[in-house]
Design a protein around this ligand. Structure first.
Ligand code: 16G
Ligand code: ZN
Length: 529
């Protein structure tokens, strides 16, 4: 393999000497200024992945809900899903190479160990709205070209849009942005039928990110008569004082339970939603009578999705194979939501945090619903079920609705725009408002805290992060604290995206949940600090 071109190109993207980038929960993230070498090398990597997987791959420059000065890169496999986990170590090795020679050696080693055929890999490259994003996307393109690949510049896209496009492209299906909006809008139109649109527009806080412009385009495609939307914090000229993810967006709303900026005029009971900076998460919220916020998080979206899927599958004609349905959550799912889903008679599975883990577990079902409490999730339909739905007669309404759902809900990854339509469709079909949605179950009071420690990797977990195996004594301390709290549950895990250990606690009352979280935090300080 002649690596002279790669070496010369790599020299134009030198790695800062002290930087050892690590592929985190969903890719690389750092201050944007530190990232050109990492992104260049990811471009190189995704050419190799394309050659190995025999299809287009994708790369999107974004740091999701992180502050505007940060950036990052998310990598898309030929399936449209996130990069195969076995390749994360290849990404680490390449990103951490100290010299251009080591970069070339790492690439040669990769081709050898993975037995990659030589050829022309194709990488679709997109980016979010960060000021640093276009420059970093150019670094990715340079990386693609340096390994003899073809880069398809896709410009400004939400992360889920790029995942969707890669998946469609490799299925030789239409994969332009118009096709994406069409899939979502047509699916929604079928699901809501002729039922009248709500009088009150849904207010959507777009975190001043890429979701703003994309939601506007989707709204236009849907038409106000189908779904009236009031788009806020759309970025650019419509930016209401804050920058990207600054005091707004899904992460802010879910973690702080605070009304986003630009939404101060929202009245009690208004139906609102917040996206994150790259529009792969959505949570709903409203203002309660006393002024407090009521949050409708990913767990609650999963409950609506589960009701819809369960009922539609039950309405299909009997078949010798009854489709399996499962809901996948993480340890962060509120205990009340887990109990509710189990009560519906559905399989409920708990996995590690991070979409890649939930997605993989959901694929085991004919219909797999997964949502993280933070609002990232989707509904996956297996091949066998989709084929059966296509074979059923045209007048089978349940089959028609399920196929509409499959088209509306991004099959590659969680998508805030799909999530918005999913919630609206289910509420509309049932004639429900937020009150009925909220009444499905009552959340157990919970508290999340972060602890800064010297080295968060000393905390090691097992059983889908619900228990710790290190450091010594920590799990015993957590068990003792949980025992003392009525209805208590608590766990800790090292964050995959921030230099902190996260603490989660829930209990029968808010003071008890707060006290349990504080007690567990103390134990982390004492034993892992
Ligand atoms: C990333 C993950 C998200 C996870 C979060 C956990 C994807 C696309 N995103 O944002 O799923 O909930 O990390 O962050 O996988 P943490 O490790 O800092 O708690
Ligand atoms: Zn995101």
């Amino acid at each position: 393999m002649d690596t002279s071109e790669l070496k010369a190109a790599s020299a134009r993207y030198p790695k800062p000497p002290d930087l050892t980038p690590a592929y985190g929960t969903a890719g690389f993230r750092a201050l944007a200024d530190l990232l050109p070498s990492t992104v260049f090398r990811c471009g190189v990597l995704m050419v190799a992945r394309s050659l190995k997987g025999g299809g287009n791959t994708g790369l999107v420059v974004t740091a999701s809900h992180n502050p505007e000065a940060d950036n990052g890169v998310k990598l898309v496999d030929p399936s449209g899903c996130m990069l195969e986990q076995a390749w994360e170590s290849h990404a680490d090795r390449l990103a951490a190479a100290d010299t251009d020679e080591v970069v070339c050696a790492a690439v040669q080693e990769l081709f050898r160990t993975e037995d990659i055929p030589y050829g022309t890999g194709v990488v679709m490259v997109a980016h979010d709205t960060r000021p640093s994003a276009a420059g970093l996307a150019a670094a990715a393109v340079a990386g693609v070209i340096a390994l003899g690949g073809v880069a398809i510049p896709c410009g400004l896209l939400t992360t889920p849009q790029l995942h969707w496009m890669v998946r469609q492209a490799n299925a030789s299906a239409k994969h332009d942005e118009g096709a994406y909006f069409g899939a979502l809008a047509d699916g929604f139109a079928t699901l809501v039928g002729r039922s009248p649109a709500p009088v009150q527009a849904v207010v959507v806080d777009c975190a001043n990110g890429v979701g703003g412009a994309k939601l506007r385009a989707l709204a236009e495609r849907l038409g106000p008569q189908r779904l009236p939307l009031d788009v806020r914090n759309a970025g650019g000229a419509a930016c209401s004082g804050g920058g990207l993810n600054d005091r707004c967006g899904a992460e802010h709303v879910q973690k702080e339970r605070a009304v986003p900026i630009g939404c101060a005029d929202i009245g009690v009971g208004g139906r609102c939603a917040s996206l994150d900076g790259d529009a792969d998460r959505i949570v709903f919220w409203t203002l309660a009578d006393g002024g407090g916020m009521t949050l409708f998080d990913g767990d609650r979206i999963a409950a609506l999705a589960a009701l819809l899927v369960r009922d539609l599958l039950a309405a299909l004609p009997a078949d010798e194979h009854t489709p399996t349905v499962g809901v996948v959550q993480t340890a962060y799912a509120n205990g009340a939501s887990t109990a509710y889903l189990a009560g519906l008679g559905l399989a409920v599975v708990c996995t590690l945090t991070g979409v890649k883990h939930l997605h993989a577990a959901a694929e085991a079902f004919d219909a797999g619903i997964y949502f993280e409490a933070n609002g990232h999730g989707t509904v996956l339909f297996g091949q066998r079920l989709v084929q059966r739905l296509h074979e059923l007669p045209d007048d089978c309404e349940a089959a028609r609705d399920l196929l509409a759902l499959e088209s509306m809900v991004n099959q590659a990854v969680g998508d805030a725009l799909s999530g918005l339509l999913l919630v609206e469709a289910v509420l509309r079909q049932r004639g429900w408002g937020l009150a009925e949605w909220g009444a499905l179950y009552t959340d157990l009071p919970s508290r999340q805290l972060k602890v800064r420690v010297r080295d968060r990797s000393v905390v090691r977990t097992t059983d889908a992060e619900t228990r710790t195996v290190a450091p010594d004594g920590l799990q015993q301390a957590i068990d003792a604290a949980v025992q003392a709290a009525p209805g208590g549950r608590a766990f800790v895990r090292p964050s995959g995206t921030e230099d902190v250990v996260r603490v989660y606690a829930e209990a029968d009352t808010q003071p008890a949940a707060d006290a349990l979280a504080a007690e567990v935090m103390r134990a982390v300080h004492d034993l892992a600090g």
